[in-house]
Design a protein around this ligand. Structure first.
Ligand code: SAM
Length: 195
């Protein structure tokens, strides 16, 4: 092979390697490990407040939001109640937004955000769990929720959980907004009669 051809081949491979080294890590940081089970739709802030109110968050408790989106629920829990909160999302873009919101709200000392699949989580430290997923995803969470300590509260925006009876359910309409359903369960979960 001619020296000029060898040199241009080396140049080309160096350029490709450089491109991959720069852009591949950025791309993989922005891409979820797998497809999220539900798309991102934020809970309006007034509904977040109502959910936390319904969960009766108390001092010293720990709040988990499963699929935390932009982190608004854990941020509100820490800001309003001064409690430890955790937000988990599988999508790195949402995790980044959550971390920015934690920073903006000055609750870094109370609020932790993790990129994690909620179906692989140990929920044993939670006192309150908030959900805005889908009915079938709520049902899929039951085996994990069954392991919670007694007295934990689970609140779900809009969607029920077939097979377990809620302790309370309400319809809430923020001013100028649509009707939102909020469900509350308290552990141990009360299984519905399947007959
Ligand atoms: C409807 S949004 C709710 C966001 C937030 N909880 C709220 O109420 O504003 C659902 C979120 O769940 C995340 N998600 C979907 N599947 C997930 C999974 N398996 N593990 C963790 N997060 C997941 C999505 O990326 C999305 O941000």
């Amino acid at each position: 092979m001619r020296p000029m051809k060898i040199l241009s081949l080396i140049g080309f491979s160096t350029a490709v390697a450089f491109f991959l080294a720069i852009f591949l890590p950025v791309y993989s940081q922005e891409k979820p490990a797998r497809e999220p089970d539900v798309i991102y739709v934020p809970t309006p802030h007034e509904v977040v407040d109502k959910m936390l109110d319904m969960a009766d968050v108390r001092p010293g408790e720990v709040v988990y939001d499963l699929g935390c989106g932009d982190g608004r629920i854990p941020v509100a829990a820490s800001k309003k109640y001064g409690v430890r909160s955790w937000g988990f999302d599988i999508n790195p873009v949402r995790v980044k937004e959550s971390l920015e919101n934690v920073e903006k709200a000055n609750v870094k000392h109370l609020c932790t955000i993790k990129q994690q699949d909620i179906f692989e989580l140990d929920l044993s430290k939670a006192d309150v769990i908030t959900l805005y997923l889908l009915p079938q995803l709520n049902v899929k969470l039951i085996p994990q929720l069954d392991k919670l300590k007694p007295g934990c509260r689970i609140v779900s925006h809009d969607f029920d959980m077939k097979g377990v009876r809620p302790k309370r359910e309400i319809t809430y309409s923020p001013q100028g907004g649509r009707e939102h359903r909020i469900y509350l369960w308290v552990t141990p979960l009360e299984k519905e009669n399947r007959n």
